[in-house]
Design a protein around this ligand. Sequence first.
Ligand code: BEZ
Length: 229
Amino acid sequence: MTDKGPAPLRLGSIAPNFKAETTRGPIDFHEFIGDNWVVLFSHPEDYTPVCTTELGAFAKLEPEFKKRGVKLIGLSANTIESHGGWIKDINEISSCDLQFPIIGDKQRQVALAYDMLDQQDATNVDEKGIAFTIRSVFIIDPKKTIRTILSYPASTGRNSAEVLRIVDSLQTGDKHKVTTPINWVPGDDVIVHPSINNDKAKELFPQFKAIKPYLRVTPLPKEQTSVPA
Ligand code: BEZ
């Protein structure tokens, strides 16, 4: 805690726990995480155009997240009754069947704890002038550690495939001592982690190549990544 509120969340912070109402019933967030990975993402407001398209896309990709042991959970600063009606529209518009819970955060209790409120864009406010939530994404691992934080402005829809790609990068990096380069997708070459010396690298990745002493790449076939078949 600081004088101005909760300490800022950073990569490596433990995801703050909270209790909340959701469209799938009340949750204790740490119990919800359990032994899973979780993607928690916020929306400015129900029945808004960009958010509607985003939720449809996440609903369609949910099976891929599930295969990777990832639970999705959305948040919007409205009531769960409002979310319920909106989900019907989302399913109709995107021809999907949205299953994951959406938190009803009308009082912005979770939004405050996760610093999801917009302080920069003074126009991103509701009819009472209260700041909307922004488009935040938190990727949280089974140890409840925040591994990724993304912040998008209200005007820009996120890329659900990119969120899945980040999960693949994190889970593959946890499985092997590798990092992933720009625009990596599973099956592309990966980078040998800088903490691995060349002798160890030869043992772990017999085909690795040193482009520079600090840039060593190795093939990593998709089957050897964390991505399920
Ligand atoms: C939208 O989802 O379309 C949206 C929400 C709040 C402000 C601007 C756009």
